[in-house]
Design a protein around this ligand. Structure first.
Ligand SMILES: Cc1cc2nc3c(=O)[nH]c(=O)nc-3n(C[C@H](O)[C@H](O)[C@H](O)COP(=O)(O)OP(=O)(O)OC[C@H]3O[C@@H](n4cnc5c(N)ncnc54)[C@H](O)[C@@H]3O)c2cc1C
Length: 398
């Protein structure tokens, strides 16, 4: 026996893309049902992004979930680029006419969105298995899935594929429709989370001949630090002591001297990849966030790109339901991709500039240092870094 449920927009995945789209649409009176493979604790246990562009900050406020972020998040006016034994400051606020970024963990964003969804009574099926989209080219698409021993069919007008890189949405599009663009980098980031005070008030991105390092934070008492490691490295081979020593060796001496170390509370290695599919839609299925694109985290863009896809689809669906503008649906992919490719470019550029590659020799190392020196020494150079880091504007939907 299959039980049938109806909604206007069926959302696959309760990560930040799915939950944020669901909240915005719910507030606008458009019914959504979210179907998620994992349970809520698993979703909340994933330690990921932490730098929110102004566009995402404003979107969270618009969704009515910005209060705790505004109370507890840290507004950063700039960041540091470390190379050749020194730090150079990028004044985001001064260079972009007042724009800043917010430091607030993806886990906290997800928690706020989950609480808002539970509070407003919108339906979410957690721990759903065998989720399958159907009839994507027709006018009545639907999902089937299993939940609590029951088989369900979810009828809808549109399906939002917010199910990440390994999800089912992209895979359900017939072979030959999508074109994939990919670069896999020959290294990863070993990250640790620790309850120690941040070494600086702002993030420090370091280029060093031993490899890249990043000093980041989640709060005034919780830090997130990373070092570049080889793609074959195993987290078990990295004791806390080995991690701290490696991090210190890649930072300018005066920064390393004031670094406070402590036991890690999470330690993991993330591979680095650039990936985009074109187009991001197929019939009534729309791909959002990591389901359609991945960036290496060097530009802090992954979560922020997911947010701009959400904003685009949300504003299009508003016009579809309120003004009958179904012509806009066809523009979704092209609008998203224009911004995505620019963020892919910035993330690739930052990655190329700051990491050590297998073929990085003494000449390439000098070229990286000289490019950094040139960019930070020129106001035009600093401005181009700053305007990309705070996030390029969202395209209006007209
Ligand atoms: C280890 C790691 C570290 C990262 N660090 C950073 C960072 O420092 N800065 C940054 O900007 N970005 C970072 N990112 C990227 C950022 O976290 C993602 O861009 C962001 O999570 C995208 O959100 P999303 O909702 O599109 O996808 P996800 O967060 O992946 O959510 C997708 C959801 O769909 C669910 N799902 C998957 N398959 C199915 C299915 N078949 N059926 C139902 N549900 C399904 C998943 O369980 C998940 O809950 C990191 C990513 C990873 C993996």
């Amino acid at each position: 026996m299959t039980r049938t449920v109806k909604t206007q927009v069926a959302i696959i995945g309760a990560g930040p893309s799915g939950l944020l789209l669901g909240q915005l649409l719910h507030n606008a009176g458009i019914d959504t049902v979210i179907v998620e493979r994992q349970d809520p604790d698993y979703v909340l246990g994933r330690i990921r992004a932490g730098v929110l562009e102004q566009g995402l900050v404003e979107l969270l406020r618009e969704a009515g979930v910005g209060a705790r972020m505004d109370r507890e998040g840290l507004v950063h006016d700039g960041f540091e680029l470390a190379f050749d034994g020194r730090c150079a400051h990028i004044d985001l606020k001064g260079l972009t006419g007042g724009k800043t970024v917010m430091i607030y963990g993806q886990t906290e964003v997800t928690r706020d969105l989950m609480e808002a969804r539970a509070h407003c009574g919108a339906q979410t099926f957690y721990s759903a298995s065998n989720v399958q989209p159907h009839e994507l080219q027709g006018e009545q698409p639907y999902l089937t899935f299993e939940h609590d021993g029951e088989t369900l069919r979810l009828d809808c007008d549109y399906i939002a594929g917010c199910d990440g890189f390994h999800g089912v949405a992209r895979q359900s599009i017939p072979a030959g429709v999508l074109k994939e663009f990919e670069r896999v980098y020959p290294f990863g980031w070993l990250g640790i989370l620790a309850d120690t005070p941040p070494v600086a008030d702002e993030l420090i991105y370091a280029n060093h001949e031993r490899g890249f390092a990043l000093c980041s934070m989640r709060s005034p008492t919780r830090t997130r630090y990373y070092v570049q490691v080889g793609a074959e490295e195993k987290v078990e081979d990295w004791s806390d002591e080995r991690f701290w020593n490696e991090l210190k060796s890649r930072l300018p001496a005066e920064v390393a001297a004031r670094l406070v170390t402590g036991p890690s509370i999470e330690k993991s290695i993330a591979p680095l990849r650039s990936f985009v599919v074109e187009p991001m839609q197929y019939g009534r299925l729309f791909l959002l966030g990591d389901a359609a694109h991945i960036v290496p985290p060097t530009g802090a863009k992954g979560l922020n790109l997911a947010a701009s896809d959400v904003s685009t689809l949300y504003r299009i669906l508003l016009k579809v339901y309120r003004e009958g503008r179904s012509d806009l649906l066809e523009q979704y992919s092209a609008i998203c991709l224009r911004r995505i490719w620019k963020a892919e470019r910035f993330s690739w550029w930052m990655t190329s500039l700051l990491h050590r590659f297998p073929d990085t020799d003494a000449f390439s190392q000098r070229m990286q240092q000289t490019e950094l020196d040139y960019f930070v020494g020129s106001e035009a150079g600093r401005r181009t870094i700053a305007e990309n880091y705070v996030g390029l504007p969202y395209e209006p939907i007209e």
